[in-house]
Structures are given as structure tokens and as C-alpha cells.
Design a protein around this ligand. Structure first.
Ligand code: AMP
Length: 504
């Protein structure tokens, strides 16, 4: 599901009385940690909380703790060494031993901080002691993340001959059902496809009868974008005595609620409070009219080599714009891959693979790529469009400056985005710097870029993309109508209208 779909769905009021977590308004509320002076104790005695907002404390832990101190088996310690992981990161230092001890864990740590290994290592450690399938189910919001997580599980579990299956939309369902029936040790899934398989194939729910671990990766996103129905179905198939692990870069009240529902004594690790980006990330903006965005984009991309930028991700809000930009760059003979949800899954994976392997150094993407993707060569993120929510800004720019490396994020700000950029700055607690570039140089190619844009737009009219967009819209309205959301929405609108105009 892409950002546009998710936004539409998240704005709906879906209430499922049977599932306590979701029996409240769907709009994600920002989570506020209690101030230390107000209430230093966790609200629920069942939750042990560790909060670290100090970078110095984190760095200190990083230098003094070794993988051998975490309670992991020798093979796991050796695997980390072979993968070049010399010391555990703070989220690993804190969460891995708690997971090994049988606790439910909520881990909030910034993107690129090693969250995946923090939960994969203890899961694999437990699996090695008592191997069976399906031992762990990992749910993640996007298909690309599912494949990335499975790769990481396979790398960390290489010496266990780990069987790991990916269950996502857009791929053959019969093959996936067969893979599940063979009971892999670990299943990584997106919620929609898993729900369909669980409901349509009576043999599949049994596969998860003894599942020991449920992980919600990018948990805030999984919880806030209309996956409640899917999650309810999944939760029903899992045993009550499982361990639940929630990992996320941002905290929301939904996560707090889920933590409080935890069956085991829960551990809550919070590496920082609120939104944060890493110190090694340079964050800049260019204030420009909408009409010259393309010229600025082409100019910056032409300077990548001079700026020592190995590869760049350009975030665009809509699939249509992503497609037209890819045609524009093609017209200008700039090689780029494009990733959006109106592509088939096979094309999405191949675009990502092209980019990851260095065949192309530019990736145009919608927010399907904003979370968790870990590509070390990404030195630049461009927000061609600013995201609507500041939380998505943090995720997008987190595609660069990972694992202690440097990186640059440049946001295009138009006259319509001023409030949005102030909101982002307020959340980050700092101002974006101005990106310096020579306007006359940018505009010298303006005519060429405009011409290429016209050609790109015409090509898009011919290649059937607009039809795909229309078909998607129709499909979306149908789904919303089936869920009864449209009715609720129009009732809400009527109510709001009559509140404003009581005479009508
Ligand atoms: P993640 O936050 O899980 O996406 O991880 C970000 C990147 O950090 C991945 O490329 C991991 O392989 C890498 N990584 C995770 N843990 C460590 C570690 N302890 N030492 C070095 N790199 C790590």
C-alpha cells in the first residue's frame, strides 16, 4: 500500500469493538513521554522503562559492551563478527538480553540504529535451542522492507540453515501458501496478504499455532494506517503465550496501548524522546517556486559527482509524479530507477535491486521507500515534495547518514509548504540550513528541462499510466465503500457542516 492509500485509509474512522487497541479514533496521536519531574515511575507496574536521550551515554555503552555480554550463543557472536558487527549498538545492548529473557519489548530508536539485529539475534538464538516452524512472524508495512528483513534474517541465521519465507502482495499466492505449509522458521509478511492467506486457506492458520515470536517492525506505521482488520485476523491465529516485540523509529499512543496490553512483563526501550535525526545528517532546504522544481532537481543531480555523492533517493508524493519524473530524466538521458505502488511487485523489486547494486545511482520513490530501507551508498535524499507529516520527513531523511556515516537531505520548499517546513523544524528542534546553489546555472537549462517535461507528460498520456491511476482510484473508493468508511465520512462531514451552519 502506498502513502496515498495509507493516508486515505488512516483518515477513516474504523472501529472494531472486539479489539481494544483500535476502539478509539484512528488519527495517530503524537506520543509524549512523561516529564521526569512529573512522574518518573512507569504508569503500569508491568512495564519497565529505559529512556536515554543522551548521545554521550549511548556512545559510552557502545564502547563498553560486547556481543558476548548480551547472553547470545557463541555461533551468534561469531556470525556478528563475520558480518562486520564488532560491537552491539545501544538498542541491541538493551533489548537483546530482555528478549532472550522472555520479555515483550517495545524498542524506539532512530532509523539505522540496528533495530533489526536487536530482535533477529535473540529470536534466532531461541530458535537454535528449539528449532521448529513457524517460530517467528515478522509483520512490516511495505513489501520492500519485508524482503530486506528476510535478507537480514538469512544473513544472521546463515549457519542455522534458516528457512525464511516472505509473504507479500503482488506475488503468486499459491507459491506463498505452499511455502507457508512447509513451515519455515521465520515468516516476514505484509498484513494484507497474510490476512487473505489466513482467511482463504484453512491450512494456514494452523501453521502459526505454536509461533513463539510476533514482531511488528515499523510498528507505528503498521498500527496507524488502516491495518487493524488485518492485524485482528493475524492476532487471532497466534498463541496467547507468544512474545510480542514492537520496533519503531517513532512512538505513538497506539504503541503505548499495545505495550500495556502485553501478556508478559514488558520492557520499553526509548533511545530518545520525540523526533530526532542523527548529528551526521546535514539538513538543507531550497525555497523555490513550484514551476522550477524540475530544473533544480536536474541541476543537483548533475552535480552529484562534484559533491561526492554516490547515490541519491528522490521522494515524490504521488505515483503519477514519480512516473513523469522518471520519463523526464529518461528524456534527459539521466539514468534512474523508479519505485512506486503502481508498478508490479516484480518491477518494484527489480528497480530496487538495480539501485542497491549500483547499476543506477538515482532512485525516484514515493513513500513506499521511506521506512527502514538500508542502502549504505545513499549520500543524498531529496524531498522533491515535502511529506505531509513531519514524522515521514524523519523516516525519509533517515535513508541517508546511516550507521554513523554522513549524509545530506535537501528539501524543496514552495510558497505552499512554509507552514509544513516550520512544523518539521519545530519537531526536529532545529532549523534547516539554506542549500546554496547558483541560480543562473540552474536556470540556464530551464528551457531544456521544460521541453523534456512536455515530452514526458505526452509519453505518460500514451503509455496508459493515467488509466492505471483512474483504476486505482475506483478500486480505492470501492474498498472504502465496502468497509463502510465512505458512509461514516459523509455523515461526519454533514455533522461538521451542520455544526458550522446550525440554520441549515
Ligand atoms: P537497521 O537499523 O536494523 O536497519 O540497521 C542499520 C544498519 O546497521 C544495517 O546495515 C545493519 O547491518 C547495520 N548494523 C546493525 N547492527 C550493527 C552493529 N552492531 N555494528 C555495525 N553495524 C550494524
Amino acid at each position: 500500500m502506498n502513502q496515498e492509500e495509507q493516508e486515505q485509509e488512516s483518515s477513516a474512522t474504523l472501529i472494531d469493538k472486539n479489539f481494544p487497541l483500535f476502539s478509539k479514533p484512528r488519527k495517530p496521536k503524537p506520543y509524549k513521554s512523561p516529564k521526569p519531574s512529573q512522574n518518573p515511575e512507569p504508569q503500569t507496574p508491568q512495564i519497565e522503562k529505559f529512556s536515554s536521550s543522551s548521545a554521550a551515554a549511548a556512545a559510552e555503552e557502545e564502547t563498553t559492551t560486547a556481543f558476548a555480554d548480551l547472553g547470545l550463543a557463541e555461533w551468534a557472536i561469531q556470525t556478528c563478527k563475520e558480518l562486520g558487527m564488532r560491537k552491539p549498538t545501544p538498542v541491541q545492548t538493551h533489548c537483546t538480553p530482555k528478549i532472550l529473557a522472555g520479555r515483550d519489548v517495545l524498542g524506539i530508536a532512530h532509523t539505522g540504529s540496528g533495530k533489526t539485529a536487536a530482535f533477529a539475534l535473540p529470536i534466532l538464538n531461541r530458535l537454535a535451542e528449539d528449532p521448529y516452524g513457524v517460530f517467528a512472524l515478522v509483520i512490516t508495512p511495505t513489501r520492500e522492507l519485508a524482503f530486506q528483513l528476510a535478507e537480514q534474517f538469512r544473513a544472521l541465521g546463515s549457519c542455522l540453515h534458516l528457512k525464511c519465507s516472505v509473504v507479500v502482495g503482488g506475488m503468486d499466492m499459491i507459491t506463498q501458501a505452499k511455502a507457508l505449509a512447509s513451515r519455515p522458521h521465520v515468516v516476514v509478511a505484509t498484513p494484507g496478504r497474510l490476512k487473505v492467506l489466513l482467511e482463504e486457506n484453512p491450512d494456514i492458520p494452523k501453521v502459526f499455532q505454536r509461533t513463539k515470536f510476533l514482531v511488528l517492525d515499523e510498528a507505528d506505521r503498521v498500527l496507524d494506517v488502516g491495518f487493524e482488520e488485518e492485524l485482528r485476523v493475524v492476532f487471532q491465529c497466534l498463541p496467547k503465550n507468544r512474545q510480542t516485540l514492537l520496533f519503531s523509529a517513532t512512538m505513538t499512543s497506539d504503541l503505548q496501548t499495545l505495550l500495556e496490553l502485553s501478556a508478559n512483563k514488558a520492557y520499553f526501550y526509548e533511545a530518545y524522546e520525540g523526533f530526532r535525526t542523527v548529528e551526521t545528517l546535514k539538513q538543507q532546504y531550497i525555497f523555490i517556486p513550484r514551476t522550477v522544481k524540475d530544473a533544480y532537481l536536474v541541476h543537483i543531480l548533475s552535480k552529484m559527482e562534484d559533491m561526492n555523492i554516490r547515490s541519491a533517493i528522490i521522494f515524490v508524493s504521488r505515483c503519477r509524479d514519480c512516473h513523469v519524473l522518471s520519463l523526464l530524466l529518461e528524456e534527459l538521458e539521466v539514468e534512474a530507477a523508479a519505485l512506486h505502488s503502481l508498478k508490479s511487485q516484480a518491477l518494484r523489486l527489480s528497480a530496487l535491486q538495480h539501485f542497491k547494486s549500483g547499476c543506477v545511482s538515482i532512485l525516484l520513490a514515493t513513500d513506499v521507500a521511506n521506512r527502514g530501507l538500508d542502502i549504505p551508498t545513499v549520500d543524498l535524499v531529496i524531498n522533491y515534495d515535502l511529506p505531509r507529516y513531519s514524522r515521514d520527513y524523519v523516516h525519509r531523511v533517515g535513508r541517508t547518514a546511516r550507521a554513523g556515516r554522513g549524509g545530506l537531505a535537501v528539501s524543496f520548499v514552495t510558497e505552499n509548504d512554509v507552514d509544513l517546513v516550520h512544523e518539521i523544524e519545530a519537531e526536529l528542534g532545529k532549523e534547516l540550513e539554506k542549500f546554496e546553489c547558483k541560480e543562473n546555472e540552474v536556470l540556464s537549462d530551464f528551457t531544456k528541462v521544460c521541453k523534456a517535461k512536455r515530452v514526458a507528460t505526452m509519453k505518460m498520456m500514451d503509455d496508459g499510466f493515467e488509466e492505471k491511476v483512474k483504476e486505482r482510484k475506483k478500486q480505492k473508493l470501492k474498498t472504502l465503500a465496502e468497509k463502510g468508511v465512505l458512509k461514516k465520512r459523509s455523515k461526519k462531514r454533514k455533522r461538521e457542516k451542520s455544526d458550522k451552519n446550525p440554520d441549515q
